[in-house]
Design a protein around this ligand. Structure first.
Ligand SMILES: *Cc1c(COP(=O)(O)O)cnc(C)c1O
Length: 332
């Protein structure tokens, strides 16, 4: 089977498993795991943040990041198909007691004029107050689209003016970085809080980080424990992340090239595929998913008339070409 359902399906490579087996560990609840500390310091530094905290999932990293910016009864604004609202099972409302409003942008982009018009300042006992704007880079359900740095910088400038926080869900910020050449620090500079995943295109079996100020990360550490996310000799997992940063970052360019090849096979303008996600319109998505499976290609449906494919380090060029042949017949 050629599995294009997600870039989360990768299995740790033999070299990654060796790095995990050899990791130096300690009890991370006591903040004594040197490998976790190394990963946290390295990722914080990569993005120019003061501190970072290792979490089991990106969803937990997002909840901790949003919690750092938005209090109970306050609101976060985000795009309508944001992962934080659509795919985290209501965690932000259920666990944090926050509300949200959305803008709609077909390619998942920031629509700053609309954001400005939606923004609600503190009106005391009359209205819900906006305390953060959350953006997603790359945007998953919009098809791995990149948010241009200039737009993010404009958001940053306005957010500073009005005193609102900016959260970046950077589960796939690595893909945006490789696709555009934008330094990670430039992306970090526009955010007050950020979440990044090691378990997507980077190919670690598990692991994400939340980034913020030293003070915010100290609070996040308490909240993580409260949510049941205090972990012990977790350096074995952090080691996978460090290995991924060393060996799997630059190769994301291959995934992007593979995704364009698949987009073209599906009859799309390959220029619309900016990173490793291809979203294709199909009259009957479930039928296409079933037919592709029959021919050894796993893809996913995202809604009744859309299928989604992702490239990753466990599908090589040869497999991508075989999948392209199948998909061009089914949806091309
Ligand atoms: C995958 C993903 C996350 C985090 O997902 P987990 O499965 O909880 O690790 C967050 N945001 C986006 C955009 C994602 O694609």
């Amino acid at each position: 089977m050629i599995d294009l359902r997600s870039d989360t399906v990768t299995r740790p490579t033999p070299a990654m498993r060796r790095a995990m087996a050899e990791a130096e560990v300690g009890d991370d609840v006591y903040d004594e795991d040197p490998t976790v500390q190394q990963l946290q310091e390295r990722v914080a530094d990569l993005f120019g943040f003061e501190a970072a905290l290792f979490t089991p999932t990106g969803s937990m990293a997002n909840v901790l990041a949003v919690a750092a910016l938005v209090g109970p009864g306050e609101e976060v604004l985000c795009e309508s198909r944001s992962h934080i609202l659509r795919a985290e099972l209501g965690a932000h409302g259920a666990l944090l007691g926050i509300t949200s409003r959305t803008w709609v942008e077909e390619r998942g982009q920031l629509d700053l004029p609309t954001v400005k018009s939606m923004y609600a300042p503190d009106m005391g006992p009359f209205f819900v107050r906006t305390t953060a704007i959350a953006v997603e880079n790359t945007h998953n359900f919009a098809g791995g689209t990149v948010l241009p740095l200039a737009d993010l910088q404009e958001l940053r400038g306005w957010a500073d003016e009005v005193g609102v926080g900016v959260h970046v869900d950077g589960a796939r910020i690595w893909n945006a970085h490789v696709a555009t050449g934008t330094p990670l620090r430039e992306y970090g500079a526009v955010a007050d809080a950020m979440a990044v995943c090691l378990s997507k295109g980077l190919g670690a079996p598990i692991g994400s980080l939340v980034l913020g100020t030293t003070e915010a990360i100290e609070v996040a550490r308490v909240r993580r424990k409260r949510m049941g996310g205090g972990m012990r000799q977790v350096g074995v997992l952090a080691a996978a992340g460090l290995h991924a940063l060393d060996h799997h970052l630059d190769r994301l360019a291959d995934d992007h090239e593979h995704a364009r090849l698949l987009a073209e096979a599906c009859g799309q303008d390959p220029a619309l595929t900016e990173t490793n996600i291809v979203v294709v319109e199909a009259p009957d998505a479930a039928a296409v998913v079933a037919a592709a499976r029959e021919e050894g290609v796993l893809i996913g449906a995202v809604g009744p008339t859309r299928v989604r494919l992702l490239t990753h380090l466990d599908v090589n060029r040869d497999e991508v070409e075989r999948a392209a042949t199948v998909l061009s017949r089914l949806v091309g």
